[in-house]
Design a binder for this molecule. Sequence first.
Ligand SMILES: *Cc1c(COP(=O)(O)O)cnc(C)c1O
Length: 399
Amino acid sequence: MTRSAEIIDKTNSLGASNYLPLPVVLARGEGVWVWDVEGNKYMDMLSAYSAMSHGHRHPKIIAALKEQADRLTLTSRAFHCDLLGEFYERVVKLTGLPRVLPMNTGAEAVETALKAARKWGEKVKGVPAEQGRIICCQNNFHGRTITIITFSTEQAYRDGFGPFTPGFDIVEYGNAGALSDAITDNTVAFLVEPIQGEAGILMPPAGYLKEAHEICKERNVLLLADEIQTGLGRTGRMFCCEHDDVLPEVIIMGKAMGGGVLPVSAVAATEEVMGVFQPGHHGSTFGGNPLAAAVGIAALDVLVDEELVDRAAARGDYLMDKLTSIASPHIAEIRGKGLLVGIDLKPEAGGARRFCEALQAEGILAKETHDSVIRLAPPLTITEDELDWAMERVAKVLN
Ligand SMILES: *Cc1c(COP(=O)(O)O)cnc(C)c1O
């Protein structure tokens, strides 16, 4: 038995079976590359679902982590820590929103935004107590808590986990008219992904977010943009909403905010929305901890200093050119923005999983999403040479 097989065996026999990983056991990473326990080298084309935008073990982020680990790691929010304000300062500057609330995982940040929206509905908009409703989209992905899966339309995410949380309505994604029709006097917010990543890199029509935001503003409804996957440069803009020239009332961030080393998430919002939170209303033991603040600061500084947002835009165009020139009988559509790209395969191709396994054999790690889509989302630090290397192999596997 190989070392990998032994490790996989142990992991599978002791752990819950809630994932189906590719059969590769990783032991080391650097930049866009990872190595398995046998020493085989792979290019990481998944980037931990966009959490690894800076590449593996970015030296400035690891240095910040180590330095902070030698100084102070956790205080809880019962006390101040010396770095949190500096972290906020960067988030405010990058989002254009004046207030920040730090959490850890994406799902926690989404829950935070939902709580803020409900409370804003009651205390500011004047919706009767416990009557506030939030509109979400078909095929959404916002995380895995019970409240969040309440408004999932994916059977596998919901089955057996009820009873669910009341107060959510579902509309078709990309259809501003449907949003308008669904709004009532009790609607407090519209929660949306600028591109639906987990649904298979689904892109709304151009101008959708702009139109949705206009409708929301007209009806006094908050726009909550879930930029956990699309934000922080992934699509070639700092936030994907910027493609539509939209500044939402609430932006939800996570994943790449942790620089690929720690869970760091945050909600940024207007004064009016964030103002609903007073001491005791909401919290998190680890949210905004010193280690997370140090890593978050480094992660955001690297994005800016190394111009990763512009690089994502340029490399994204380059990747799209290369991909669209692949003549494969299996490809139905290629779509994406920046370095968030999906290769949608025809039904007769037999699913994306077998192509991901073939890519693994060629030295590329990618993951299927929703059966028929191969997701390509490399670290934003990837070079043109590295993309060339990858595209040769992608072309081979698709042919
Ligand atoms: C990953 C993701 C989440 C959930 O983040 P976790 O850190 O896994 O809780 C929420 N929304 C979107 C759009 C995501 O991609």
